[in-house]
Design a protein around this ligand. Structure first.
Ligand SMILES: Nc1ncnc2c1ncn2[C@@H]1O[C@H](COP(=O)(O)OP(=O)(O)OP(=O)(O)O)[C@@H](O)[C@H]1O
Ligand SMILES: Nc1ncnc2c1ncn2[C@@H]1O[C@H](COP(=O)(O)OP(=O)(O)OP(=O)(O)O)[C@@H](O)[C@H]1O
Ligand SMILES: [Mg+2]
Ligand SMILES: [Mg+2]
Lengths: 227, 227
Protein backbone atom coordinates (compact mmCIF):
# COMPACT_ATOMS: atom_id res chain seq x y z
CA UNK A 1 0.00 0.00 0.00
CA UNK A 2 2.73 2.46 1.01
CA UNK A 3 6.34 2.28 -0.15
CA UNK A 4 8.88 4.84 1.09
CA UNK A 5 12.40 4.85 -0.36
CA UNK A 6 15.38 6.70 1.00
CA UNK A 7 13.19 9.34 2.59
CA UNK A 8 14.84 12.49 3.91
CA UNK A 9 12.99 15.29 5.69
CA UNK A 10 14.85 18.41 6.76
CA UNK A 11 13.43 21.48 8.43
CA UNK A 12 15.27 24.75 7.95
CA UNK A 13 15.23 27.14 10.87
CA UNK A 14 17.23 30.25 10.08
CA UNK A 15 20.83 29.01 9.96
CA UNK A 16 20.14 25.55 11.41
CA UNK A 17 18.92 22.42 9.70
CA UNK A 18 16.94 19.84 11.67
CA UNK A 19 17.26 16.37 10.12
CA UNK A 20 13.83 15.14 11.19
CA UNK A 21 14.04 11.94 9.09
CA UNK A 22 17.08 10.35 7.40
CA UNK A 23 17.37 7.35 5.10
CA UNK A 24 13.90 5.99 5.85
CA UNK A 25 13.00 2.86 3.85
CA UNK A 26 9.61 1.43 4.64
CA UNK A 27 6.91 -0.75 3.13
CA UNK A 28 3.41 -1.10 4.57
CA UNK A 29 1.12 -3.80 3.14
CA UNK A 30 -2.64 -3.61 2.88
CA UNK A 31 -4.42 -4.69 6.02
CA UNK A 32 -1.48 -4.20 8.38
CA UNK A 33 -1.82 -2.84 11.93
CA UNK A 34 1.49 -1.08 12.48
CA UNK A 35 2.78 0.91 15.46
CA UNK A 36 5.50 3.56 15.23
CA UNK A 37 7.28 4.15 18.51
CA UNK A 38 10.09 6.44 19.59
CA UNK A 39 11.12 9.21 21.97
CA UNK A 40 9.60 12.66 21.88
CA UNK A 41 11.19 14.51 18.96
CA UNK A 42 12.33 11.35 17.15
CA UNK A 43 10.30 12.03 13.97
CA UNK A 44 6.98 10.18 14.39
CA UNK A 45 4.72 13.10 13.45
CA UNK A 46 7.01 13.92 10.53
CA UNK A 47 6.69 10.31 9.32
CA UNK A 48 2.89 10.26 9.76
CA UNK A 49 2.58 13.53 7.82
CA UNK A 50 4.62 12.15 4.91
CA UNK A 51 2.65 8.91 4.79
CA UNK A 52 -0.61 10.83 4.84
CA UNK A 53 0.62 13.20 2.08
CA UNK A 54 0.07 16.07 4.49
CA UNK A 55 3.72 17.05 3.90
CA UNK A 56 6.44 16.40 1.31
CA UNK A 57 9.87 14.84 1.85
CA UNK A 58 13.06 16.79 1.13
CA UNK A 59 14.33 13.77 -0.83
CA UNK A 60 13.26 10.23 -1.63
CA UNK A 61 10.17 8.60 -3.07
CA UNK A 62 6.73 7.77 -1.71
CA UNK A 63 4.33 5.43 -3.51
CA UNK A 64 0.74 5.01 -2.37
CA UNK A 65 -1.22 2.31 -4.20
CA UNK A 66 1.60 2.33 -6.73
CA UNK A 67 1.20 6.07 -7.40
CA UNK A 68 4.21 8.35 -7.03
CA UNK A 69 2.75 10.88 -4.63
CA UNK A 70 5.24 13.61 -5.55
CA UNK A 71 4.23 13.47 -9.22
CA UNK A 72 0.59 14.23 -8.33
CA UNK A 73 -0.79 17.74 -8.45
CA UNK A 74 -2.03 19.35 -5.23
CA UNK A 75 -5.61 18.68 -6.31
CA UNK A 76 -4.91 15.03 -7.06
CA UNK A 77 -3.21 14.66 -3.69
CA UNK A 78 -6.18 16.25 -1.90
CA UNK A 79 -8.48 13.89 -3.82
CA UNK A 80 -6.35 10.90 -2.78
CA UNK A 81 -6.48 11.97 0.86
CA UNK A 82 -10.20 12.56 0.87
CA UNK A 83 -11.02 9.30 -0.89
CA UNK A 84 -8.70 6.85 0.81
CA UNK A 85 -7.02 8.27 3.91
CA UNK A 86 -8.32 9.05 7.38
CA UNK A 87 -5.91 11.13 9.46
CA UNK A 88 -5.94 11.68 13.22
CA UNK A 89 -3.66 14.63 14.05
CA UNK A 90 -1.67 14.81 17.29
CA UNK A 91 -3.14 18.29 17.83
CA UNK A 92 -6.61 17.21 16.59
CA UNK A 93 -6.97 20.14 14.10
CA UNK A 94 -10.73 20.41 14.57
CA UNK A 95 -12.53 23.43 13.13
CA UNK A 96 -13.39 25.61 16.14
CA UNK A 97 -16.49 27.20 14.63
CA UNK A 98 -18.14 23.89 13.78
CA UNK A 99 -19.85 21.60 16.27
CA UNK A 100 -18.49 18.11 16.94
CA UNK A 101 -21.12 16.68 14.58
CA UNK A 102 -20.34 19.21 11.82
CA UNK A 103 -16.63 18.46 12.15
CA UNK A 104 -17.31 14.76 11.62
CA UNK A 105 -19.73 15.42 8.73
CA UNK A 106 -17.23 17.50 6.80
CA UNK A 107 -15.17 14.76 5.07
CA UNK A 108 -18.41 13.13 3.84
CA UNK A 109 -19.66 16.43 2.46
CA UNK A 110 -16.33 16.98 0.70
CA UNK A 111 -16.56 13.46 -0.70
CA UNK A 112 -20.04 14.23 -2.00
CA UNK A 113 -22.09 11.69 -0.08
CA UNK A 114 -25.89 12.14 -0.22
CA UNK A 115 -26.95 14.69 2.39
CA UNK A 116 -29.53 12.32 3.88
CA UNK A 117 -26.77 9.86 4.75
CA UNK A 118 -24.12 12.30 5.97
CA UNK A 119 -25.68 13.29 9.31
CA UNK A 120 -26.61 9.72 10.18
CA UNK A 121 -23.13 8.34 9.43
CA UNK A 122 -21.49 11.11 11.47
CA UNK A 123 -23.81 10.46 14.41
CA UNK A 124 -22.99 6.75 14.38
CA UNK A 125 -19.28 7.48 14.43
CA UNK A 126 -19.69 9.85 17.39
CA UNK A 127 -21.71 7.20 19.25
CA UNK A 128 -18.94 4.67 18.59
CA UNK A 129 -16.40 6.85 20.41
CA UNK A 130 -18.74 7.47 23.32
CA UNK A 131 -19.76 11.00 22.39
CA UNK A 132 -23.51 10.71 21.80
CA UNK A 133 -24.92 13.75 23.60
CA UNK A 134 -21.95 15.94 22.68
CA UNK A 135 -22.81 16.49 18.98
CA UNK A 136 -23.59 20.14 19.47
CA UNK A 137 -20.52 21.06 21.51
CA UNK A 138 -17.89 23.03 19.64
CA UNK A 139 -14.31 21.83 20.26
CA UNK A 140 -13.70 24.66 22.74
CA UNK A 141 -16.55 23.26 24.84
CA UNK A 142 -15.15 19.75 24.98
CA UNK A 143 -12.56 18.10 27.20
CA UNK A 144 -9.16 17.19 25.72
CA UNK A 145 -10.04 13.53 25.40
CA UNK A 146 -13.45 14.37 23.88
CA UNK A 147 -11.73 16.52 21.23
CA UNK A 148 -9.37 13.65 20.51
CA UNK A 149 -12.33 11.33 20.02
CA UNK A 150 -14.04 13.76 17.62
CA UNK A 151 -10.79 13.75 15.62
CA UNK A 152 -10.87 9.94 15.58
CA UNK A 153 -14.53 9.82 14.56
CA UNK A 154 -13.82 12.29 11.75
CA UNK A 155 -10.90 10.18 10.50
CA UNK A 156 -13.08 7.04 10.36
CA UNK A 157 -16.31 8.49 8.93
CA UNK A 158 -15.41 7.99 5.23
CA UNK A 159 -14.54 4.29 5.83
CA UNK A 160 -11.01 4.98 4.61
CA UNK A 161 -8.79 2.13 3.41
CA UNK A 162 -5.81 3.73 5.19
CA UNK A 163 -5.98 5.23 8.68
CA UNK A 164 -3.00 7.21 9.98
CA UNK A 165 -3.28 8.15 13.65
CA UNK A 166 -0.72 10.30 15.46
CA UNK A 167 -0.84 9.40 19.17
CA UNK A 168 -4.63 8.77 19.09
CA UNK A 169 -5.00 7.78 22.75
CA UNK A 170 -2.67 10.32 24.41
CA UNK A 171 -5.52 12.12 26.20
CA UNK A 172 -7.68 9.10 27.02
CA UNK A 173 -8.13 7.10 30.22
CA UNK A 174 -7.51 3.36 30.02
CA UNK A 175 -11.16 2.30 29.64
CA UNK A 176 -11.88 4.76 26.84
CA UNK A 177 -8.51 3.86 25.25
CA UNK A 178 -9.39 0.21 25.27
CA UNK A 179 -12.72 0.88 23.49
CA UNK A 180 -11.03 3.01 20.83
CA UNK A 181 -8.28 0.43 20.26
CA UNK A 182 -10.95 -2.29 20.02
CA UNK A 183 -12.83 -0.19 17.48
CA UNK A 184 -9.69 0.23 15.35
CA UNK A 185 -8.78 -3.48 15.57
CA UNK A 186 -12.32 -4.36 14.54
CA UNK A 187 -12.23 -2.13 11.46
CA UNK A 188 -8.87 -3.66 10.59
CA UNK A 189 -10.12 -7.24 10.98
CA UNK A 190 -13.59 -6.80 9.41
CA UNK A 191 -12.93 -4.25 6.65
CA UNK A 192 -9.24 -4.80 6.03
CA UNK A 193 -8.50 -1.11 6.68
CA UNK A 194 -4.77 -0.52 7.08
CA UNK A 195 -3.79 1.19 10.35
CA UNK A 196 -0.55 3.03 11.01
CA UNK A 197 -0.29 4.84 14.33
CA UNK A 198 2.39 6.48 16.39
CA UNK A 199 2.01 6.02 20.11
CA UNK A 200 3.56 6.14 23.58
CA UNK A 201 0.65 4.04 24.90
CA UNK A 202 1.64 0.52 25.97
CA UNK A 203 -1.96 -0.69 25.62
CA UNK A 204 -1.93 0.24 21.94
CA UNK A 205 1.56 -1.20 21.44
CA UNK A 206 0.32 -4.51 22.88
CA UNK A 207 -2.25 -4.74 20.07
CA UNK A 208 -0.10 -4.08 17.04
CA UNK A 209 1.09 -6.68 14.51
CA UNK A 210 4.34 -4.96 13.72
CA UNK A 211 6.54 -2.34 15.38
CA UNK A 212 8.67 0.38 13.80
CA UNK A 213 11.17 1.99 16.18
CA UNK A 214 12.37 5.53 15.46
CA UNK A 215 15.27 7.34 17.08
CA UNK A 216 16.73 10.68 15.95
CA UNK A 217 14.94 10.46 12.62
CA UNK A 218 16.15 6.94 11.74
CA UNK A 219 14.45 3.56 11.86
CA UNK A 220 16.54 1.56 14.32
CA UNK A 221 14.92 -1.87 14.28
CA UNK A 222 14.75 -2.54 10.56
CA UNK A 223 11.09 -1.50 10.65
CA UNK A 224 10.03 -5.03 11.41
CA UNK A 225 9.88 -5.45 15.15
CA UNK A 226 7.59 -7.63 17.24
CA UNK A 227 4.87 -6.03 19.30
CA UNK B 1 -2.93 25.48 51.09
CA UNK B 2 -6.12 24.97 49.06
CA UNK B 3 -9.56 24.48 50.56
CA UNK B 4 -12.58 23.90 48.31
CA UNK B 5 -16.05 23.76 49.83
CA UNK B 6 -19.19 22.56 48.13
CA UNK B 7 -17.87 23.49 44.71
CA UNK B 8 -20.26 23.47 41.77
CA UNK B 9 -19.27 24.23 38.18
CA UNK B 10 -21.90 24.30 35.47
CA UNK B 11 -21.42 25.11 31.81
CA UNK B 12 -24.39 26.48 29.91
CA UNK B 13 -24.65 25.46 26.28
CA UNK B 14 -27.75 26.94 24.71
CA UNK B 15 -30.63 25.10 26.43
CA UNK B 16 -28.49 22.43 28.12
CA UNK B 17 -26.53 22.61 31.35
CA UNK B 18 -23.42 20.47 31.81
CA UNK B 19 -22.75 19.78 35.48
CA UNK B 20 -18.97 19.56 35.15
CA UNK B 21 -18.39 19.47 38.95
CA UNK B 22 -20.89 18.86 41.75
CA UNK B 23 -20.49 19.00 45.53
CA UNK B 24 -16.69 18.97 45.49
CA UNK B 25 -15.10 19.25 48.94
CA UNK B 26 -11.34 19.12 48.95
CA UNK B 27 -8.37 20.17 51.05
CA UNK B 28 -4.77 20.14 49.80
CA UNK B 29 -1.98 20.69 52.34
CA UNK B 30 1.34 22.37 51.64
CA UNK B 31 3.95 20.00 50.25
CA UNK B 32 1.51 17.36 49.01
CA UNK B 33 2.00 15.42 45.74
CA UNK B 34 -1.56 14.70 44.67
CA UNK B 35 -2.91 12.95 41.57
CA UNK B 36 -6.40 13.48 40.16
CA UNK B 37 -7.62 10.60 38.06
CA UNK B 38 -10.81 9.90 36.17
CA UNK B 39 -12.32 9.11 32.77
CA UNK B 40 -12.20 11.52 29.87
CA UNK B 41 -14.88 14.15 30.48
CA UNK B 42 -15.11 13.52 34.24
CA UNK B 43 -14.10 17.08 35.23
CA UNK B 44 -10.32 17.01 35.79
CA UNK B 45 -9.50 20.07 33.68
CA UNK B 46 -12.42 21.92 35.22
CA UNK B 47 -11.05 21.13 38.70
CA UNK B 48 -7.48 22.14 37.75
CA UNK B 49 -8.74 25.44 36.33
CA UNK B 50 -10.66 26.25 39.52
CA UNK B 51 -7.69 25.39 41.76
CA UNK B 52 -5.41 27.51 39.62
CA UNK B 53 -7.89 30.44 39.67
CA UNK B 54 -8.00 30.25 35.89
CA UNK B 55 -11.78 29.88 36.16
CA UNK B 56 -14.52 30.57 38.74
CA UNK B 57 -16.98 28.11 40.27
CA UNK B 58 -20.74 28.51 39.78
CA UNK B 59 -21.15 28.00 43.54
CA UNK B 60 -19.04 27.20 46.58
CA UNK B 61 -15.91 28.62 48.13
CA UNK B 62 -12.20 28.37 47.32
CA UNK B 63 -9.50 29.44 49.76
CA UNK B 64 -5.84 29.63 48.74
CA UNK B 65 -3.41 30.37 51.56
CA UNK B 66 -6.46 31.33 53.60
CA UNK B 67 -7.57 33.91 51.02
CA UNK B 68 -11.09 33.72 49.59
CA UNK B 69 -10.23 33.68 45.91
CA UNK B 70 -13.65 34.90 44.79
CA UNK B 71 -13.38 38.04 46.93
CA UNK B 72 -10.18 39.07 45.13
CA UNK B 73 -10.20 41.47 42.21
CA UNK B 74 -9.07 40.25 38.79
CA UNK B 75 -5.75 42.04 39.29
CA UNK B 76 -5.20 40.49 42.72
CA UNK B 77 -6.00 37.05 41.29
CA UNK B 78 -3.53 37.57 38.43
CA UNK B 79 -0.94 38.68 40.99
CA UNK B 80 -1.58 35.56 43.10
CA UNK B 81 -1.20 33.33 40.03
CA UNK B 82 1.99 34.98 38.87
CA UNK B 83 3.60 34.97 42.33
CA UNK B 84 2.69 31.54 43.63
CA UNK B 85 1.20 29.25 40.98
CA UNK B 86 2.76 27.43 38.04
CA UNK B 87 0.17 26.01 35.63
CA UNK B 88 0.71 23.38 32.92
CA UNK B 89 -2.28 23.45 30.56
CA UNK B 90 -3.57 20.29 28.86
CA UNK B 91 -3.39 22.19 25.55
CA UNK B 92 -0.06 23.86 26.46
CA UNK B 93 -1.26 27.41 25.64
CA UNK B 94 2.16 28.57 24.44
CA UNK B 95 2.45 31.91 22.62
CA UNK B 96 3.00 31.00 18.96
CA UNK B 97 4.96 34.12 18.06
CA UNK B 98 7.50 33.69 20.85
CA UNK B 99 10.36 31.19 20.80
CA UNK B 100 10.53 28.37 23.36
CA UNK B 101 13.00 30.44 25.40
CA UNK B 102 10.86 33.59 25.24
CA UNK B 103 7.80 31.59 26.32
CA UNK B 104 9.67 30.34 29.37
CA UNK B 105 11.11 33.80 30.15
CA UNK B 106 7.70 35.46 30.15
CA UNK B 107 6.50 34.65 33.73
CA UNK B 108 9.82 35.96 35.12
CA UNK B 109 9.50 39.18 33.13
CA UNK B 110 5.94 39.62 34.39
CA UNK B 111 7.16 38.98 37.94
CA UNK B 112 9.82 41.67 37.47
CA UNK B 113 12.97 39.59 37.89
CA UNK B 114 16.26 41.31 36.93
CA UNK B 115 16.78 40.98 33.17
CA UNK B 116 20.28 39.55 33.65
CA UNK B 117 18.80 36.60 35.56
CA UNK B 118 15.73 35.95 33.41
CA UNK B 119 17.42 34.44 30.36
CA UNK B 120 19.74 32.26 32.43
CA UNK B 121 16.93 30.86 34.60
CA UNK B 122 14.79 30.13 31.54
CA UNK B 123 17.69 28.34 29.83
CA UNK B 124 18.30 26.16 32.89
CA UNK B 125 14.64 25.14 32.97
CA UNK B 126 14.71 24.22 29.28
CA UNK B 127 17.86 22.13 29.84
CA UNK B 128 16.15 20.34 32.72
CA UNK B 129 13.35 19.12 30.42
CA UNK B 130 15.81 18.03 27.74
CA UNK B 131 15.30 20.94 25.35
CA UNK B 132 18.71 22.63 25.22
CA UNK B 133 19.21 23.30 21.53
CA UNK B 134 15.55 24.06 20.94
CA UNK B 135 15.43 27.52 22.59
CA UNK B 136 14.90 29.30 19.29
CA UNK B 137 12.16 27.08 17.92
CA UNK B 138 8.70 28.59 18.02
CA UNK B 139 5.97 26.20 19.24
CA UNK B 140 4.86 25.48 15.68
CA UNK B 141 8.36 24.18 14.96
CA UNK B 142 8.37 21.76 17.88
CA UNK B 143 7.03 18.23 18.30
CA UNK B 144 3.98 17.67 20.53
CA UNK B 145 6.07 16.37 23.40
CA UNK B 146 8.56 19.22 23.03
CA UNK B 147 5.73 21.76 23.28
CA UNK B 148 4.47 19.98 26.38
CA UNK B 149 7.94 20.26 27.91
CA UNK B 150 8.17 23.99 27.15
CA UNK B 151 4.84 24.36 28.96
CA UNK B 152 6.29 22.45 31.93
CA UNK B 153 9.49 24.52 31.96
CA UNK B 154 7.41 27.71 31.86
CA UNK B 155 5.28 26.53 34.80
CA UNK B 156 8.38 25.83 36.91
CA UNK B 157 10.54 28.86 36.05
CA UNK B 158 9.21 31.14 38.82
CA UNK B 159 9.87 28.46 41.50
CA UNK B 160 6.16 28.47 42.36
CA UNK B 161 4.95 27.14 45.71
CA UNK B 162 2.00 25.49 43.96
CA UNK B 163 2.25 23.62 40.65
CA UNK B 164 -0.95 22.54 38.91
CA UNK B 165 -0.36 20.28 35.92
CA UNK B 166 -3.13 19.04 33.63
CA UNK B 167 -2.01 15.72 32.07
CA UNK B 168 1.66 16.86 31.90
CA UNK B 169 3.05 13.64 30.39
CA UNK B 170 0.30 12.81 27.87
CA UNK B 171 2.59 13.38 24.87
CA UNK B 172 5.80 11.97 26.32
CA UNK B 173 7.55 8.61 25.85
CA UNK B 174 8.32 6.63 29.00
CA UNK B 175 11.96 7.73 29.36
CA UNK B 176 11.19 11.42 29.00
CA UNK B 177 8.15 10.98 31.28
CA UNK B 178 10.31 9.38 33.94
CA UNK B 179 12.75 12.33 33.86
CA UNK B 180 9.94 14.87 34.13
CA UNK B 181 8.27 13.00 36.99
CA UNK B 182 11.65 12.75 38.73
CA UNK B 183 12.13 16.49 38.28
CA UNK B 184 8.71 17.22 39.84
CA UNK B 185 9.27 14.81 42.75
CA UNK B 186 12.62 16.43 43.39
CA UNK B 187 11.16 19.95 43.52
CA UNK B 188 8.49 18.61 45.87
CA UNK B 189 11.00 16.93 48.18
CA UNK B 190 13.71 19.64 48.12
CA UNK B 191 11.67 22.85 47.92
CA UNK B 192 8.39 21.70 49.42
CA UNK B 193 6.50 22.81 46.33
CA UNK B 194 2.95 21.45 46.32
CA UNK B 195 2.04 19.44 43.20
CA UNK B 196 -1.46 18.68 41.99
CA UNK B 197 -1.75 16.96 38.63
CA UNK B 198 -4.41 15.23 36.61
CA UNK B 199 -3.22 12.24 34.65
CA UNK B 200 -4.01 9.03 32.79
CA UNK B 201 -0.35 7.98 33.07
CA UNK B 202 0.24 4.99 35.34
CA UNK B 203 3.91 5.94 35.80
CA UNK B 204 2.84 9.27 37.30
CA UNK B 205 0.08 7.66 39.38
CA UNK B 206 2.69 5.30 40.84
CA UNK B 207 4.60 8.30 42.25
CA UNK B 208 1.82 10.20 43.96
CA UNK B 209 1.23 10.38 47.72
CA UNK B 210 -2.52 10.70 47.47
CA UNK B 211 -5.16 9.97 44.84
CA UNK B 212 -8.40 11.81 44.09
CA UNK B 213 -10.81 9.89 41.86
CA UNK B 214 -13.33 11.84 39.77
CA UNK B 215 -16.33 10.46 37.93
CA UNK B 216 -19.09 12.50 36.30
CA UNK B 217 -18.00 15.64 38.13
CA UNK B 218 -17.99 14.08 41.61
CA UNK B 219 -15.18 12.86 43.85
CA UNK B 220 -15.90 9.16 44.31
CA UNK B 221 -13.19 8.02 46.71
CA UNK B 222 -13.49 10.63 49.43
CA UNK B 223 -10.50 12.42 47.88
CA UNK B 224 -8.11 10.37 49.98
CA UNK B 225 -7.13 7.32 48.02
CA UNK B 226 -3.85 5.42 48.04
CA UNK B 227 -1.57 5.62 45.04
N1 LIG C 1 -16.98 25.41 27.98
C1 LIG C 1 -17.73 24.30 28.11
N2 LIG C 1 -19.04 24.30 27.79
C2 LIG C 1 -19.79 23.18 27.93
N3 LIG C 1 -19.33 22.02 28.39
C3 LIG C 1 -18.03 21.96 28.72
C4 LIG C 1 -17.15 23.07 28.59
N4 LIG C 1 -15.90 22.69 28.98
C5 LIG C 1 -15.99 21.39 29.34
N5 LIG C 1 -17.27 20.95 29.19
C6 LIG C 1 -17.78 19.62 29.53
O1 LIG C 1 -17.56 19.42 30.94
C7 LIG C 1 -17.15 18.07 31.17
C8 LIG C 1 -15.83 18.05 31.94
O2 LIG C 1 -14.81 18.56 31.13
P1 LIG C 1 -13.26 18.48 31.57
O3 LIG C 1 -12.49 19.20 30.50
O4 LIG C 1 -13.10 18.99 32.95
O5 LIG C 1 -12.98 16.91 31.55
P2 LIG C 1 -11.61 16.12 31.78
O6 LIG C 1 -11.79 15.21 32.93
O7 LIG C 1 -10.46 17.08 31.84
O8 LIG C 1 -11.48 15.22 30.47
P3 LIG C 1 -10.18 14.73 29.61
O9 LIG C 1 -9.56 13.63 30.37
O10 LIG C 1 -10.81 14.27 28.33
O11 LIG C 1 -9.29 15.92 29.43
C9 LIG C 1 -17.04 17.39 29.81
O12 LIG C 1 -18.14 16.54 29.62
C10 LIG C 1 -17.05 18.53 28.81
O13 LIG C 1 -17.73 18.21 27.61
N1 LIG D 1 8.54 23.00 11.31
C1 LIG D 1 9.65 22.58 11.96
N2 LIG D 1 10.79 23.33 11.91
C2 LIG D 1 11.91 22.91 12.55
N3 LIG D 1 12.00 21.78 13.27
C3 LIG D 1 10.90 21.02 13.37
C4 LIG D 1 9.67 21.37 12.74
N4 LIG D 1 8.73 20.43 13.03
C5 LIG D 1 9.36 19.53 13.80
N5 LIG D 1 10.66 19.87 14.00
C6 LIG D 1 11.66 19.10 14.74
O1 LIG D 1 11.79 17.83 14.10
C7 LIG D 1 11.95 16.80 15.08
C8 LIG D 1 10.91 15.72 14.87
O2 LIG D 1 9.62 16.25 15.16
P1 LIG D 1 8.34 15.31 15.24
O3 LIG D 1 7.17 16.22 15.49
O4 LIG D 1 8.26 14.43 14.05
O5 LIG D 1 8.65 14.41 16.54
P2 LIG D 1 7.74 13.32 17.27
O6 LIG D 1 8.46 12.03 17.24
O7 LIG D 1 6.35 13.35 16.70
O8 LIG D 1 7.70 13.83 18.78
P3 LIG D 1 6.53 13.77 19.91
O9 LIG D 1 6.50 12.38 20.44
O10 LIG D 1 7.02 14.75 20.92
O11 LIG D 1 5.23 14.20 19.27
C9 LIG D 1 11.85 17.48 16.44
O12 LIG D 1 13.15 17.60 17.02
C10 LIG D 1 11.26 18.84 16.16
O13 LIG D 1 11.77 19.87 17.01
MG1 LIG E 1 4.49 13.91 17.43
MG1 LIG F 1 -8.85 17.46 30.62
Amino acid sequence: LIAMQNIQKDYHLGETVVHALTGVDLTIEKGEFVAVWGPSGSGKTTLMNLMGTVDEPSAGQILINGQDVLSLSDNQRTELRNQTIGFVFQGFNLLPVLSALENVMLPLQIKGDPASKVKEKARLRLDEVGLSGFSHHRPGKLSGGQQQRVAIARALVTDPSLVIADEPTANLDSDTSRKIIGLMRNLNNKNGATFIFSTHDQRLLDQCDRLIKLEDGKIINGGNGKC
